[in-house]
Design a protein around this ligand. Structure first.
Ligand code: ANZ
Ligand code: ZN
Length: 886
């Protein structure tokens, strides 16, 4: 067996492929012939931020998408597999401020580096479709989308209470603040500020975004649930409480609330208002104590749980169904300003939070008025609830709820209450959403300028199409984080009004970079179009994306924004959705798991060990140099502080791209966490070397006559039937994994088993060489999506005595699986619980146990897996033979 250096194959084959692609980097679209009537497959991976370095997460996701795309290409589909750069954003801008780098240059160099790294890992992206979001020929269209949204009333400026990141000095969208109130990027606790900002009207699409989740049957249900919760559709009622009296002049004469429990209306004992409710604002203008109460709110943590309240002494409202009841009004931090009506009807008897609030503000002994009793409880059992709220949604209305409701169950009562309120126009059914409009203005430099001009005479004026793009002006040096750097560039700010031609000023904010990535999948279908953002027929032809692969961290942000923009573009007729997906951009979503690094820990003190502090042992463990003790090993998220990071480039240089790719797929199903253990890569290395050895072993027997003429199936002898059927079994499994289950880890183990079967018979005189030749060629084809260089190398070795006949494996079609030869069925032979090989034998075998064991024992597979072992038990099943050995 000759020794091949797998890593050395990369350079050789990359150079060959390059030559075939006319000097371009690997791009199989140029290799594959375009046949008419090909089925399109749009296979997309989330494009990266050009940081300059591929990390293991990239390596994993691009390997997955690359392998699948190569498979589709071999199947003869018209595959779109584009790549580009999400190039605007803060990391670059902060580097420019801190280190004075030139943003354009920095971005271009990083893109070049990453492109090279992608080439080294053998990715086959359509580089002729590359897009870069910071290029004017891209962001021109981002700006155009903004203007289209504006034209359709979906982009507007509003003064609102917003999230302010004090570190990055910019506002953030709600989606960019985590549940602990921290910025997704800087990690700083965000502050609330009242500022005028640009918003996109995503809430107008809330209903559709929610109900169309049911169309996304090929998305992980976890992601759909996260989106559903984020959109937060809630069915309830809106109820109006007329203001009964007030010594302060108020801008409105009623308070509207949103409630999901209209039936509790006779339990309402107070109303609570948010701090920016119109009544709160009017009142605080005349009440300095309230003004200072509000000013203090910024510093309260966990406002939703706060029991603080400020009673508006002179304001009372009346219950719309019983005007004789006078209800006090509070300002309470727990009321969310943007949700529902920014006002709550307080029911201490049936809501825990209201109960706590009521007692905190009115004293422990204040009575609560119950209207709902738990179903089927006797009076003495009911006593239990005398001093605590009953919060169940199921229940029976009691006499406190009035004659009409008494005795009804809660859901009936809810309907009745709304019906009664509708008669006096004081209430109606209402659906509410938790989703807020998307705040997109950023007070930062490195983004697409908002294409708006502000004129003293004409107000807000959109930049006309023929003046797009509004080019981001070059700056020599950026000095400060945030604060709208564009505002400090007079040449940029001062312009003429497109309407009145008088002096006017440009908007100096840039757009959230999520706006850039919300539509890039459309640009890929027509990346060089300079007349329109994309041709309608091309988008109609290629959208939706068939398969979108990326990280689950985008479950809400990017995936929600792109759904919105795509639906918007569809609804204004920019393309036609021919798939009944209602403008959904991504048919199938695949979220890859994280890559965790091998981490060594000193068990004595729990400290993470640096590589120079331990000595790796043969078993993959390590001895701590200082103490001589064994280190504990675990797999954790890669981070600098844990010294467990792995550089993909180093791994590829050492083991070659093919082994690295195969190992990454082999170690875990694509959605699971992958524990990266480089020691284990020897398994796939051994397999790849075996494939080349197979080619060598067979090369002497290869004759050009085999290329076309095969031995006829009807002439196969028993050994050949078995050989044939076993291989068909593995191919069936491979096809299933590629086309249905996407279990790419079993793909690798099927390659290995197939190779084993071949190697067991490589010198078997009972099998015609033409069968072996075909079997090996089939292997090289089906493995080429994962290990293209090894497949090409083995192909070359196999044909070394007839070099004129070599044809690149990358140009092959996906092989036909072939059919099992009748009379025989495939038994999966398992040894101690592991599926080891396929035994192709007569169907009848299962009826005669001894005969069956005898037959299986004669095979090469049995020699390999059972040789010398004592068999304790054999179980025969339809399709499986299970050995249990000592
Ligand atoms: C009366 C009531 C009685 C309520 C009861 C609950 C229980 P979801 O499901 O999230 O929509 N609410 C309404 N607007 C609010 C705001 N701006 N800030 C904080 N809370 C608000 O929840 C709807 C319920 O949340 C509403 O139903 C309201 O309280 C409260 F026994 O009204 B309920
Ligand atoms: Zn004007």
């Amino acid at each position: 067996r000759s020794v091949v250096n797998l890593a050395s194959l990369d350079a050789k084959w990359l150079a060959r492929w390059r030559k075939e692609c006319g000097g371009q980097i690997l791009n199989p679209r140029r290799l594959v012939k375009n046949k008419p009537g090909m089925k399109k497959v749009y296979s997309l991976t989330m494009f990266p931020y050009p940081s300059g370095m591929l990390h293991m997460g990239h390596l994993r996701v691009y390997t997955i998408s690359d392998v699948l795309s190569r498979y589709y290409r071999m199947k003869g589909h018209d595959v779109l597999h584009p790549m580009g750069w999400d190039a605007f954003g803060l990391p670059a801008e902060n580097a420019a401020i801190d280190r004075g780098v030139d943003l354009d240059l920095w971005t271009r160099l990083n893109i070049k580096k990453m492109k090279h790294q992608m080439e080294l890992m053998h990715t086959d992206f359509d580089w002729d479709r590359e897009v870069t979001t910071c290029n004017p020929d891209y962001y021109k269209w981002t700006q155009k989308i903004f203007l289209l949204l504006y034209k359709h009333g979906l982009a507007y400026q509003k003064k609102a209470e917003i999230n302010w990141d004090p570190v990055d000095k910019t506002v953030l969208a709600n989606e960019q603040v985590d549940d602990k109130g921290r910025s997704w990027r800087s990690g700083a606790i965000v502050e609330k500020r009242l500022l005028k900002q640009w918003f996109l009207g995503i809430t107008k699409y809330a209903k559709m975004l929610n109900s169309d989740l049911k169309l996304l049957t090929d998305w992980p249900s976890k992601v759909r649930t996260m989106q559903r919760n984020w959109i937060g559709e809630s069915h309830g009622a809106q109820i109006t409480f007329p203001v009964d009296q007030s010594s302060v002049h108020l801008p409105v004469d009623n308070v509207k609330v949103f409630t999901t429990r209209a039936e509790t209306i006779f339990s309402v004992q107070y109303l609570a208002l948010s701090f920016d409710h119109p009544i709160t604002q009017a009142y605080s203008a005349q009440d300095p104590k309230l003004a200072s109460f509000i000013a203090r709110l910024n510093s309260i943590e966990n406002v939703e749980k706060s029991k603080e309240g400020y009673k508006l002494d002179s304001v009372f409202v009346s219950n719309p169904l019983d005007p004789s009841r006078k209800i006090p009004v509070f300002v309470a931090p727990y009321v969310i300003s943007g949700y529902g009506q920014g006002a709550v009807m307080g029911c201490p008897a049936h809501d825990k939070r209201d109960f706590g609030f009521w007692h905190a503000n009115m004293g422990e002994n204040s009575v609560i008025i119950k209207t709902v009793d738990p179903k089927g409880l006797k009076d003495d059992e009911l006593e239990k609830y005398a001093n605590i709220p009953y919060t169940g949604k199921e229940g029976t209305m009691n006499s406190n709820a009035g004659d009409v409701l008494c005795g009804k169950n809660t859901s009936e009562a809810r309907e009745l209450v709304v019906a009664m309120l509708e008669k006096t126009n004081l209430g109606t059914h209402k659906v509410n959403y938790r989703l807020r409009d998307w705040l997109i203005s950023r007070q930062r430099y490195w983004g697409a300028p908002i294409p708006i001009i502000h004129c003293d005479k004409c107000g807000v004026v959109p930049v006309p199409d023929d003046q797009l793009p509004v080019v981001l002006p070059k700056v020599d040096k950026l000095f400060s984080r945030g604060g709208s750097p564009l505002a400090q560039i007079p040449d940029f700010v001062n312009t003429t009004c497109p309407k009145c031609h008088g002096p006017a000023k440009r908007d100096t904010d840039t757009m959230d970079t999520f706006m850039d990535s919300s539509w890039y999948m459309f640009r890929y279908v027509d990346p060089h179009n300079n007349r329109e953002m994309f041709a309608k027929d091309l988008a109609t032809q290629y959208m939706p994306v068939d398969q979108y692969i990326g990280g689950v961290e985008h479950a809400i942000l990017h995936l929600l924004y792109s759904r919105f923009i795509s639906k918007f573009l569809c609804s204004i007729g920019m393309y036609t959705d021919t798939t009944k997906m209602n403008g959904e951009p991504f048919k199938q979503l695949i979220t890859q798991g994280m890559v965790h690094g091998k981490t060594f820990i000193n068990p004595d003190n729990g400290r993470f060990l640096k590589p120079n502090e331990y000595e790796i042992q043969g078993d993959g463990g390590a001895i701590i140099k200082a103490t001589g003790k064994r280190a504990s090993v675990s797999f954790e998220k890669m981070s600098k502080s844990k010294f467990n990071g792995v550089d993909p480039a180093t791994c590829i240089a050492k083991h070659g791209a093919d082994a690295t790719r195969a190992h990454i797929l082999f170690q875990a199903p694509i959605s699971d966490i992958l524990n990266w253990d480089e020691d284990k890569i020897v398994g796939v290395e051994r397999w790849l070397k075996k494939v080349i050895w197979l080619a060598e072993a067979l090369s002497d027997e290869v004759k050009p006559s085999m290329f076309k003429v095969e031995k006829r199936k009807s002439e196969y002898n028993t050994s050949e039937i078995r050989f044939h059927n076993a291989l068909v079994g593995y191919l069936q499994s491979l096809n299933m994994s590629f086309s249905k289950t996407l279990m790419l880890n079993t793909v690798i183990s099927d390659y290995m088993k197939y190779s084993n079967e071949l190697s067991l018979h490589i010198h078997d005189k009972n099998i015609d060489p033409s069968l072996k030749y075909k079997a090996l060629m089939t292997l090289l084809k089906v493995m080429s999506p994962v290990a293209p260089a090894t497949a090409e190398e083995a192909n070359e070795v196999l044909h070394r005595f007839s070099p004129g006949t070599i044809r690149s494996i990358l140009k092959s079609d996906w092989p036909e699986v072939g059919e099992l030869i009748e009379g025989n069925i495939n038994y999966n032979v398992m040894v101690n619980g592991k599926m080891r090989f396929i035994y192709s034998g007569s169907k009848k075998l299962i009826q005669n146990r001894d005969h069956c064991i005898n037959e299986v024992m004669k095979t090469e597979g049995a020699k390999k897996w059972l040789d010398g072992k004592q068999i304790k038990k054999v179980i025969l099943k339809k399709g499986a033979i299970v050995f249990i050995v000592k």
